[in-house]
Design a protein. Structure first.
Length: 168
């Protein structure tokens, strides 16, 4: 049974993906309509689409990690004996967790700098730039957390790296 925290995290990731996809669709459709039919263009639409795309991507990174759907080279695990292959897969997952935490810390430094500089988007002057960068921090922390979560669940269910149940 899932804990309440994991349940709510799952829902929020899916909710974020849905909301940003819907907002991007509406804004860009409106932008195309106004540009080509009304010969008028919103100055903020392109920047908003970039902002939404960044948030969409970072929420997707976490969700993909949860489902084990990130691209990775699995040539060695396929040709090596299962015990060695499992060690390589665990090492790979531990590396991904460390990488996610490291990148999150670097992006967080950028967020702090953007807050300190009080920088805003030129086409959306009421929106601080750090609100786009914080998506990277959240996404990379989500990547690390979800990879760890998947590793623990695979360990508890005694599945090997291909999702098959290991024999005792």
């Amino acid at each position: 049974m899932k804990s309440r925290l994991i349940y709510h995290l799952d829902r929020w990731e899916e909710y974020l993906l849905f909301v940003f996809m819907l907002l991007m669709l509406v804004v860009l459709t409106l932008q195309v309509f106004t540009r080509y039919v009304l010969t008028f263009s919103f100055s903020w639409a392109e920047q908003f689409a970039r902002f939404g795309f960044v948030w969409l991507t970072m929420a997707g990174v976490s969700l993909a990690a949860k489902k084990g759907m990130h691209l990775k080279v699995d040539f060695l695990p396929q040709i090596l004996p299962p015990k060695i292959a499992k060690i390589i897969c665990v090492f790979s997952d531990v590396f991904v967790v460390g990488f996610g935490l490291f990148i999150a810390s670097l992006i967080f430094k950028t967020v702090l700098m953007q807050i300190r500089l009080n920088q805003v988007f030129s086409s959306i002057p009421w929106l601080p730039v750090w609100t786009m960068y914080i998506a990277g921090v959240i996404g990379m922390l989500g990547l690390s957390f979800r990879t760890l979560q998947r590793m623990i669940l695979e360990f508890k269910s005694k599945k090997n790296f291909h999702g098959k149940v290991e024999e005792a």
